[in-house]
Design a protein around this ligand. Sequence first.
Ligand code: SF4
Length: 762
Amino acid sequence: MPAPVPFDPQEIVDAKYEERPTREGVTTKRLICAACDIACSVVGEVQKGRVTKIRSSDNPIFKDNICMKGIVAPKGLAHPNRILHPLKRVGERGSGKFEQVTWEEAMSDIGSRLKKIVAEHGPEAWAVSTSQWNTSTDHGLGRRVMNHVGSPNWISGVALCAGNTAAVNRFTYGWFPFGDFSSTNCIVLMGHNPRRHSWTPLYNSIRSAQARGAKLIVMDPRRSSSAERADIWLPLKAGSDAAMMFGWLKVIIDEELYDKEFVANWTIGFEELRERVNEYPLDRVAELTGCDPEMIAEAARVYATSGPSIIPWTPITDMQRNSTSGIRLQTILRSICGYVDVPGGELLQGFNPDIVNESTIEMHHALSDEQKMKQLGSKDHPAFTYRGQLAFREPTKRVYGQEYANLVTGCHMATPSETFKAMAGEGEYPVKAFFFLGNNPLMSYANMPLIHKAMMNQDLIVSHEQFMTPSAQLADYILPADSWLERPWIHDMFGWMSTIRFSEKAMDPPGECKSTFEFWKQVAGALDMPEVVPWDTIEDFYDYRVEATGKSFADLISDTEVYFKKPAFKTYEKTGFATPSGKVELKSSLLEELGFDPLPYFREDPPHDKDYPLKMFTGVREDPFFQTGHRHIPEMRARCPEPQIYLNEKTAKAAGVAEGDWVTVENQLGSVKALLAIKDAMPDDLVRVPHGWWKPEMAQGNGSLSGAWDYSDAQLCRDDPDYLDLEQGIPHLKGIPCRVVPFTSDASADTETKVEHMEPAE
Ligand code: SF4
């Protein structure tokens, strides 16, 4: 999620600000924080060649956008356990035994082993897992190298977080909109709970909107901090987002609260949609969601009548068995209420024409159609694969000037579960080489037992990393990665928006750490295709990307706070929408062609299993951490030393557990242990399982994998058919059956972290 910026970025340029005075010997650099995915503009203070402090930007527009993770980042990155040199595995896979080698030795061996795998099994036998949110300087070069080699099997956490939303939004109106927080009248949060120290700019934008009178509607089973501040809180059952939106549409259509002119002129499929919506009368929706029908109706009326309203992206609807329908219902609400591409609503920005975008850099045309159709997952769950996105090529060229729009990098991916099956030898063909960059795949996708089996079955595993994660412990090579303090960055909002910001290099990388740009350049060289990444340095590469601005990258970065094209509204009136019909497709022609229901629907839960009477949700971030990272930083761990599950008192009592107990959460796939915290804000029978837990201080290598086998929630995340979204093949993480039992092993005491040496951050 990129940070919201003013709808007209000229406000950033015009903002009157004075740089704060610095102490003698201190220089400052304008940076974009990459300690999480929202990319705050911040300032780094540099002393004797090292970043010693991160503070908020001098630009008043960005001044409050900083959280504890950004502030503590220089210390976290200077941690003594940071990987500073290339490491080669010398024991059995997973033995935890590595020796130091040179980059040249590593890349020479990696190149020859990857070439052998490609020759024996085909290029599709090479899979890569990464996320541009974490690596920053990939800029599509990984896809570019893979496309030239011939492998379509790129996976990323964006498959279940924003990238999939972007891909599904295209089915309705051809792009992924971004809400105008600065002048909207109503914000709808669907389980999303931005906080002061988590998605900070989003939190600030919502508070500012509320301060000038915008309404806030929150759907969340929990009484979250956002729910407490909302005008309307709908405490819906976990995983019932799609059913709730059917209820809203029923009210909005029955009461004729929609934008009739827009619907008549710019949409297709309204009558079919109306028929489908009629299958969801409010009493049925109330039963499916557990919410009061009058409240459902009131929220729908507020959304439709006080607009323009926005429904910002939420990771919650991304991660459900009804995800595609849920996301489509969001797009339909936006559309029929007339909120698309208008001020205060949701803008379809397109590419910035002056910056070479990452979709272009990826060179998808270099991958043959035959190889594209081999992409894992594309047969059964094609929504975000090449096959699912194929028919957008012509409309995207018509409206946005090029065939491939890889929005949020999520529009041409393999599905993770199918990829891991292939790696484990259970797929349609073998995958034998696996690279991961800035990514801890063992714990970042569903079904960790399968992913572990898959990794143990590889001939070659390469990791580009800063720390020895549980996944890196299974690699053949670990190559040391730089950080956002140590190289420049062009931040293009992950292909989603046309607003571009820049980050300076503030210090040299330590040891032999290198950027993702250099990693891919070396891989291309090792595969005897150096011409695929022809730029000598990242600065040369950036000069190529910004050439059409008429400035060099060095000039831009020194004198430009933000580079943008002037916002325009209702551009569809000139170009049509980037769909086959040129209209907003309430009934999706492409989903129909792919063999799916072209209208949204709601799949009810599978039959109840009495052995697993509770429902769990996972994926929620804790303020001190980002995904599986940051647990090595004492200031962060002091705030959250152990993984904690949340239950309310009644549910805890029924399970025979109490506040402060170590407990086990179990389901049909696996189990994790955690400390129990009683939270009144939790509804009955719902369990919150924390995401991404391991303990860097615990034993490395197979057996423990630094505690991943004790704590990682991915052991509970199922990917069997009842728990996968049909169109995308992504797992259901919001309402998985489970049970909670007391943790009985004598080893419990050993699992507790000794925190005496950890000092609080403030
Ligand atoms: S919210 Fe915090 S961690 Fe995320 S980008 Fe902003 S300062 Fe960095």
